[in-house]
Design a protein around this ligand. Sequence first.
Ligand SMILES: [Zn+2]
Length: 372
Amino acid sequence: MGIQPALARAAGALICTFAFASAAADVPDRHVILLTLDGVRIQELFAGMDAAIANAPEADSGIYEIEVTRGRYWRDTAKERREVLMPFFWKTLAPAGMVLGNQALGSKVTVRNDQWFSYPGYSEILTGEPQADVKSNDFVRYPHETVLDYIHRTLELQPTEVAQIGSWDGFKFAASQKDGTFFMNGAYDPVPAELSTPEIELLGGLRRQVMQLWEESSNDALTFRIALAYLKKHRPRVLWLGLGQSDDWAHARRYDRLLDYLHLVDGLIAELWQTLQSLDHYRGRTTLVITTDHGRGRTPADWAEHAAGIEGSQDIWIAIIGPDTPALGEVRDHPDVTQSDVAATMLQYLDLDYRKFNPDAGSPVPGSLRPD
Ligand SMILES: [Zn+2]
C-alpha cells in the first residue's frame, strides 16, 4: 500500500509550490563570463608597444623585422599605442566599464600569492585567496572549493550551466576541486557527443591538428570558437574561458608575435561581447570580467619570464563590463586591489555573498557594483 491519493496530491502540490517559489526567488537572471589571458603585462595593456623593448637589441626583444612591428604598433603616445594594439578594448569596452591596474594613474592590482606563475594565480582567482599548497603547474586538483564549484552548488545549476573551456590542460584542474562537477574542457578534450554540435566537432578536430609549441596547450582561436559555440548551445550561467598563447609567445621571446597576438585577442574580445549582445539570453544581463594570472619581468632582459623574484610578475590588471558595473573607464586614485578579489567580484553580480563562499576570500573590487 502506498500513501493515500489525497495526501499524495497535497504533497505534490506542496513540492510544486516550493519549486515555483525557488524559481521566482531566482530573480536576478545574471550571467558572468570570466576571460583570462595568460601572463599579459600591464605595460602592453596600458601603454601598448613598450619603448624599452622596442629599442632593445634583437636578442632581447626577439623582434624579427623591427620596421614592420614599429609600423604596426609604434605610435608617439601611450594612448595611441594601446589603441592601435587593442582598439576594441580601449575605445569600446573600457569607456563602458572599468579597468584597474594602471599604476601610473594610482590604480594597483597585484597577486597575493608568492609564486608568480600560472596555477597559483588561477587558484587565487578562483578560490579568492592564495593557496599555500599550490606550488607547481602540475595537473592535480586541490581540495579548495572554487567560485565555479560554489556557483554550481548554490544556484543548483545543471552540469552544463557552469563551463570551463580553455587552451591549457591546467585550467581544467584549477576549475574545480572534483572531476566532473560541471563541464570542463582541457586543451585537446573532445566535447562529449551528447553536448556537441557539428561545428564543435569540426573545431575539435582542427584543434587536434593545429600543432602548438607545447603539447599541453591548444590554439586559442579554436578554443575561443568552441567556447562561443558552447555558449550558444548550452547558455551557461557562468563560463570561464582561458586563453594562453600570450604566455607562449612571451616565453619564446617573440615580442613581435606577442603584439600580433594581443591584437588578435582584442578582436576575439570584440566578437565575444558583440555575440553576447546579440543573444536574448545574455544581452543586458551578462558581466564580462577579464584578467590575467600573473605579470612578467619589467626589463628588456626579463620581460619574457615570470617567477617569484622577477619583479613585475606580481603586477596584474582587471577589466569589468556589464549591466551592474559603472562606466568609470580607466580608474585613477583607486584603492589597491588584488587577484584574491576577483571571485567575490564575480559573485556579487550573481547576488551571492562571497563570505558564504569563503570567509577568507578577498572582497569585491571597490566601486564595481553600480548603486541601485
Ligand atoms: Zn608562463
